[in-house]
Design a protein around this ligand. Structure first.
Ligand SMILES: [Zn+2]
Length: 230
């Protein structure tokens, strides 16, 4: 059911939420400096890494491609999505902004898998193989829609919600820009600061679910410290 949904409204809703969460983070730097790939990254993992720096023009193209892909998938899956259940909201509610949880949609794929994205081959080559096979991922967040393979697990949901909160806080365009720059710089999907934070926070949640913390505050802190630019 899509009651109350009109095309594009999630963007406005996210922008409002992001503006509220932003508070004092204006002025944090946008680091467009592209460092060369570290020599230790070369030829790791079997596939040869393209050691050339990714130029600014290519970064922009990649960013546009990833943004288009994510918006397209979001539209596709939204039609089949459901709101987060009251049980899930109760289980992870203390960690996230209530408005975010109210907006989030979920899809569980059973007997189907998320196909590789159009940039899969290039990303794999650029990182010497350190780019995930989407087919084997537990979930992927497409803006406000989290798509799960087979079932929703608590920690996977938490991870997906961290990405949704990052997008809400940073804005979708900025999120994709940081994601692509982080990947091009580090040549590893796991080394992207946005992923690093999501994994750190889902681990913190899993290690002690009784110690509630604000994910939005963590994102705000990382943004203030410029950690998403690394
Ligand atoms: Zn992730």
């Amino acid at each position: 059911m899509q009651e109350g949904y009109s095309g594009g409204s999630f963007e406005a809703s996210y922008a409002r939420l992001g503006a509220r969460l932003e508070r004092k983070t204006r002025g944090w730097r946008c680091d467009s400096d592209m460092r060369g790939v570290n020599s230790e990254h070369l030829q790791e993992g079997g596939l040869r890494v393209d050691s050339h720096e990714v130029g600014e023009a290519r970064i922009k193209e990649m960013t546009a491609g990833v943004a288009k892909y994510m918006r397209g998938e979001r539209e596709l899956y939204f039609r089949h999505s459901e709101a987060l259940t009251a049980e899930w909201k109760a289980a992870i509610g203390g960690y996230f902004h209530q408005e975010l949880l109210g907006n989030i949609r979920t899809v569980i794929l059973q007997g189907a898998r998320i196909p590789p994205p159009p940039f899969y081959t290039e990303a794999k080559k650029l990182s010497g193989g350190r780019f995930p096979d989407f087919v084997h991922m537990a979930s992927i967040t497409y803006l406000d829609v989290i798509v799960f393979h087979d079932e929703i697990k608590q920690r996977t949901l938490f991870h997906g919600l961290v990405h949704a909160a990052q997008m809400a806080f940073l804005g979708f365009e900025r999120y994709v820009d940081l994601y692509v720059r982080g990947f091009a710089k580090n040549r590893s999907w796991l080394a992207i600061a946005l992923e690093d934070q999501a994994y750190k926070l889902d681990a913190r949640f899993a290690n002690d679910p009784t110690r509630v913390f604000s994910v939005e505050n963590e994102i705000k802190l990382w943004a203030e410290e410029g950690r998403f630019d690394s």
